[in-house]
Design a protein around this ligand. Structure first.
Ligand code: SF4
Length: 986
């Protein structure tokens, strides 16, 4: 049966909101894709529901236009009939529009086209572009500025036309043509796909279809009627093709020549004039006004970077901290060629901002610092090991069973190497969702986990090694806190100047970097599964067995097979011990540590306690893993071929097994201990144990010795006008050699930039209050929260200290906010999508935890209100906090507990004003800040006075008569014509 010739179109919907009650469709656009004669058809739809103003503004469709249009029911047939004329339809839509597409537009069509998610396809084939949504395409599109006159198209499709065409062309041309039809060399994509799809005996012509199906639904690949996907009975034995091997070299960035200049032993320190001139040149270049606070801060940084000792500098929001220290570092490097400066940050965001934003701005052509050579170095576990990828290919294709999903995952990782220089951070969620094997392959090809340099197949092309080479050749190295503590001594020796930015997070990050951990999931992913295999993939032990039976004389083969059998039995014991551990109850204050520090949240348990059962089972587990390591070593000796890659892998797994056993020994050897915090964590899907150092003095001394000039800097380093709390966290008893506090240049109070208030009529919260009282507290807190959000029409970040509170607020608001057309978002993991959505959708509210207190920026009107749901007191259930309480005794409260909460409140406050013109409200829903004598220390930490309201009326008057006019939102409020005393029932 001949299939219809392919015809492609792009579909765009404009619908509103993610709420079922308010959801409606305003427009459907279908762009048929034909070179030179693309045709757009579009339909306006009467949504039959009332939308907020913003929906019409964003869609650029007038209310009248929508009102006069026919309804969806009236136009549905015509639209569906037109859609049926295409074989493939691409879409690139937000979540709620995808649901519309699937459940209202395509559902029940007799001949629906294959739907292809462009976001997913571009994530897969063009991972470096990081296209998560329409807005990214718009930003990429050159057509966004000039709409082609020949195409009378509307809105997003017009702006995206060229970009979509380019993207789809790349995908189609590279995938759908067969090598036979290509004149000359097949394309790179084709080469890759043909190899990978050969696993399933697919003809390459089917690749496109397979891929589309894979991206739409991986399950479709396994559908029984897809005969062409059935693996062949026998698999040929391809070798890794030359062009595929070649791919591994193509990512390599050029390493600039290392400077021939040897740094002079004594420093030529930049003087104040050098720094002032450099800053002036920069202001001039970018037409910026002079900033006195930045100048002061930069002069101090110069003193620190070019001097000797340990320095601390706080630079409040708006100072221009990053450029302040970069200018000082750049001047030092200009006057002292051959020297190196390292900048360590807590977040990837800041690293990228420095390397892709700030340093390129410093290197303008005619400027003083045009020749700065930056490099970014991440932890080894951020890179893929090419040697391991080759091994996996070998198992997948040569030895494997031809499982296409794994093949596609493998191909995706190869493409990431090609496009992103081997980094594996942030595999997008859409890829993880359709190709879950990717996470597993990632664990098996993680450079940190699998690197055995003496057995490496590709040392010259190693991604990690190449990044380190770049670091050796650079003069300014940007890294993270973890990695700084793990720099090879050879590199550390070359660096004399160290800047630690976001330093308030350094003590916790340092502890994390120095901790030792073991988890059953790691054991499974990195040892058991590769050795034993899965239903779909042969295990390494089987691979060794096959090779031995084919290639060795009988006696050796028998000995090896005996060892392999024995390893299978040991692995069984390992599994049984693992199952036992997973089933054992988590101890709660039973053993040695008397405190009740276990806590449970969303099925996750954390404790610092061990029980005798747990200790004994860990011991059994360790012994069984040691046996596995010993037997792998014996096989290795019997085979005596250390240079062959199969036998190289034997060594890798032996080392891994030995390392697991050793880690377990180290973790369990000294429990309990003042020096270490032991942490057990258990969830339905994982079990882990770790040991975190409590004291950091030794590491700090090592750091100070390694870097004669060490500068700690951050936007929030002081608590109660002192760096004492920060020093306590570092374990540093003496003061810093010099310190400076450069306050934010924003005059919060004078310009009414921020108003901080407490609804003091909410009763004081008490963890021990009876359930009925707690419920009453909750009701009044939620109603107040709703009022504040509704008054500002969204534009609110709500900060929580516990996920349980956040989830409860989410459920409460979820049924109420749709009535106001305010979108509700909640932090989930890294929450990249939610953060972007909050920036984009002004009328939205974001509920956030931990990282939202300090690690995100929302400049502009989209964030006009920060609400602190409960004062951020440290949780005594947190293992570090509980340990501190025990070790520090009576000192704990003044030395750590209160300062930690004050510090966090300042961080939360800092979210509100990111730019000079930002204004907003800081609302603390926890009335203990005014009523409790033990909690009013919080008040001193904010740069503005807190106003308290004793009645709901006072709060309401302030919202409507003071805040909204100040924020210039009162006329919007009047237009909305709603009440602040609505029925709060859903
Ligand atoms: S040096 Fe190590 S991480 Fe790099 S490719 Fe070789 S084995 Fe992998």
């Amino acid at each position: 049966m001949s299939s219809p010739s392919p015809s492609f179109a792009v579909l765009h919907l404009f619908s509103t909101g993610s709420y079922s009650r308010k959801q409606g469709l305003l427009q459907v656009g279908i762009l048929s894709l034909q070179r030179g004669q693309s045709v757009l058809k579009e339909w306006f739809i009467n949504p039959e529901v009332e939308f907020g103003r913003s929906a019409y503004q964003q869609s650029k469709i007038s209310k009248e236009q929508a009102k006069n249009a026919e309804t969806w029911a009236e136009q549905k047939e015509e639209i569906q009939a037109y859609l049926s004329t295409f074989t493939h339809v691409f879409y690139f839509q937000e979540r709620h529009e995808q649901a519309w597409l699937k459940y209202h537009v395509v559902a029940h069509m007799d001949h629906p086209p294959v739907l292809a998610d462009l976001a997913l396809l571009s994530s897969y084939f063009l991972p470096h572009l990081n296209l998560m949504e329409m807005a990214d395409l718009v930003a990429l599109s050159s057509a966004a500025q000039k709409k082609p006159a020949s195409l009378p198209m509307h809105g997003a499709l017009a702006a995206l036309h060229d970009q979509l065409f380019r993207l789809i062309e790349v995908l189609l041309q590279n995938i759908s043509s067969t090598p036979e039809n290509e004149p000359g060399q097949p394309t790179l994509f084709m080469q890759l796909l043909s190899q990978v799809l050969a696993l399933g005996s697919l003809h390459t012509a089917s690749a496109w279809r397979a891929l589309l199906l894979a991206t739409e639904s991986v399950e479709a690949l396994e559908s029984p009627n897809m005969a062409w996907l059935t693996p062949p009975a026998t698999v040929e034995t391809p070798v890794l093709p030359f062009h595929l091997r070649g791919l591994f070299t193509q990512w390599l960035p050029t390493v600039p020549e290392a400077p021939s200049v040897k740094p002079r032993p004594d420093i030529l320190p930049p003087n104040n004039k050098n720094i002032q001139d450099a800053l002036q040149a920069w202001y001039h270049r970018y037409d910026l006004p002079e900033r006195y606070p930045q100048m002061q801060y930069s002069l101090f940084c110069n003193k620190a970077i070019a001097g000797k000792g340990t320095f601390a500098a706080e630079a409040g929001t708006g100072t221009g901290k990053t450029m302040g220290y970069l200018i000082a570092a750049a001047e030092l490097l200009r006057l002292n060629p051959g020297r190196k400066v390292v900048v360590a940050t807590a977040t990837k965001n800041l690293q990228e901002q420095i390397v892709q934003g700030e340093i390129p701005r410093l290197r303008f052509k005619e400027g003083l610092h045009a020749h700065l050579r930056p490099a970014i170095v991440k932890g080894k576990n951020n890179y893929l090991c090419l040697s391991a990828l080759l091994n996996i290919y070998d198992e997948l294709v040569v030895q494997g069973k031809g499982y296409i999903k794994e093949g596609l995952s493998w191909l995706y990782l190869v493409m990431r190497v090609y496009y992103t220089q081997g980094e594996i951070e942030e595999i997008p969620q859409n890829i993880r969702a359709v190709l879950p094997d990717t996470s597993r392959l990632l664990a098996e090809a993680n450079a940190q986990e699998v690197c055995v340099p003496q057995l490496c197949h590709e040392p010259a092309k190693c991604t990690y090694a190449r990044h380190m080479e770049l670091a050796y050749a650079a003069d300014i190295i940007v890294t993270n806190h973890h990695k700084l503590l793990q720099f090879p001594p050879k590199l550390t020796e070359l660096i004399k100047h160290c800047i630690i930015d976001e330093a308030d997070q350094f003590p916790d990050n340092a502890r994390h970097a120095l901790s030792i951990g073991f988890s059953l999931n790691m054991l499974e992913a990195r040892l058991l599964r590769p050795l034993l295999g899965t239903n779909m993939r042969k295990g390494f032990l089987d691979v060794v067995g096959d090779r031995v039976l084919k290639g060795f004389e009988t006696e050796t083969a028998l000995l090896v097979m005996d060892e392999i059998d024995s390893i299978y039995r040991d692995c069984q014991t390992v599994k049984e011990s693992s199952d036992r551990l997973q089933a054992l109850p988590i101890p709660n204050g039973e053993q040695r540590w008397q405190e009740d520090v276990s806590f449970e949240e969303r099925g996750r348990w954390v404790t610092r306690n061990y029980s005798a059962d747990i200790e004994q089972t860990l011991q059994e587990l360790r012994t069984a893993i040691q046996f596995v390591a010993g037997k792998l070593e014996r096989i290795h000796k019997l085979l005596k071929k250390p240079d062959d890659k199969t036998y190289g892998r034997l060594e890798t797994y032996r080392e891994k097994a030995a390392e697991f056993a050793d880690t377990l020994q180290k973790i369990t050897s000294d429990f309990p201990s003042r020096k270490w915090i032991h942490v057990l964590e258990k969830g339905s899907q994982y079990w882990s144990v770790s040991k975190v150092p409590y004291y950091l003095q030794f590491e700090m001394e090592t750091l100070q010795q390694a870097y004669p000039s060490l500068l700690f800097t951050s936007a929030t380093l002081y608590v109660a006008s002192s760096t004492q709390y920060f020093r306590n966290q570092l374990g540093r008893t003496e003061p810093f050699d010099q310190e400076i506090r450069q306050l934010s240049p924003f005059n919060y109070e004078q310009q009414e930039q921020v108003q901080a208030v407490v609804p003091a009529f909410i009763p004081c919260f008490d963890y021990k209050m009876p359930p009925a009282e707690k419920q009453a507290w909750n009701q009044i807190a939620m109603e107040t929260l709703l009022k504040c959000i509704v008054a500002l029409n969204g534009r609110t970040l709500v900060l929580f200290t516990s996920r349980r509170d956040m989830d409860a607020a989410y459920s409460w608001l979820h049924s109420r906010l749709p009535a106001y057309d305010i979108e509700l978002l909640r932090q989930e993991g890294t929450s990249l999508w939610e953060i972007r959505r909050f920036r984009q959708e002004e009328h939205s509210v974001l509920l956030g935890l931990d990282r939202m207190w300090s690690g995100v920026d929302f400049p502009g009107v989209t964030l006009s209100q920060v609400i602190v749901f409960r004062l951020p007191n440290p949780s005594i259930s947190n293992p570090l906090v509980a340990h501190r309480k025990e070790v520090e005794g009576g000192m704990f409260w003044g030395k750590f507990y209160y300062p930690a909460s004050q510090h966090k409140l300042r961080q939360g406050f800092g979210r509100l004003v990111r730019r000079e013109k930002d204004k907003g409200a800081f609302v603390i829903l926890d009335s203990r800040v005014v009523h409790s004598s033990t909690m009013n220390h919080f008040r001193t930490e904010l740069p503005v006075e807190i106003t308290s309201f004793d009645t709901e009326n006072e709060l309401q008057n302030w919202l409507l008569q003071d805040l909204l006019p100040t924020l210039k939102l009162y006329s919007e409020w009047e237009r909305r014509a709603i009440s602040l005393n609505p029925s709060v029932e859903p």
